[in-house]
Design a protein around this ligand. Structure first.
Ligand code: MG
Length: 211
């Protein structure tokens, strides 16, 4: 029986060298007080409403509310560049994903914007390793974790008898996967104390999956 494996992207495979407010300030240096909060509100609202251009919505909210001398499109482009530059994939994580992908149908299942998520995958050579990429705010997907619909789309993208998910966010990744009938490994520390599915790392998840 085939088991397909999907990995979450942000904070599971990808780590960040800076926090998101620092990245925001690289796109908009000397941002007015409250601009970051306004941006986050616009961004998250757009993400939740399945916008295909959530970063633009975030920066449009800032430009509308504050006296900022820049076009939203220019801010989005600077932000994309700054966020991309702040991402890393540890070698051990990269190797673990490669090992899994050599043995199982393997994909990425991520909440995010299509262009940004693909840029991150390409920047770290992950797109070449995996067989499928499912991004929530892709109009062809249009569902966000923990909605079971995004897990159904992932199943359609990789045919298998069983599915496993590896993610860092308990409510979105672990609860979402389980509600969709998947097995799950939790590489984060949020959620219940010492749940049995918790693993210390993507490498440990890979070892258990390939056991
Ligand atoms: Mg994550």
């Amino acid at each position: 029986m085939t088991t397909a494996v999907f990995f979450d992207l942000d904070l599971t495979l990808l780590q960040y060298t800076d926090d998101f407010e620092t990245i925001f300030e690289r796109a908009l240096p000397n941002a007015p007080d409250g601009a970051y909060e306004q941006y986050v509100e616009g961004l998250l609202h757009a993400f939740d409403h399945l916008s295909t251009t959530p970063y633009r919505a975030g920066f449009e909210a800032v430009v509308k509310e504050f006296d900022v001398d820049a076009e939203p499109a220019e801010l989005v482009s600077r932000y994309h560049e700054a966020e991309l530059a702040a991402t890393t994939v540890p070698d051990a994580t990269h190797e673990a994903v490669s090992r899994v992908a050599a043995a199982r149908p393997t994909g990425i299942l991520t909440n995010g914007a299509l262009e940004m998520q693909h840029a991150k995958l390409e920047a770290h050579g992950l797109d070449e390793i995996v067989d499928a990429v499912v991004v929530s705010n892709d109009p062809d997907v249009a569902a966000r974790k923990p909605d079971p619909a995004i897990f159904r789309t992932a199943e359609e993208s990789l045919s298998a008898a069983n599915y496993v998910y590896v993610g860092d966010t308990y409510d979105e990744d672990i609860v979402g996967a389980r509600n969709a009938g998947w097995e799950a490994f939790h590489v984060g520390t949020d959620g219940p104390e010492e749940p049995p599915e918790r693993v210390a790392s993507v490498e440990e998840a890979a070892r258990k999956i390939l056991d």
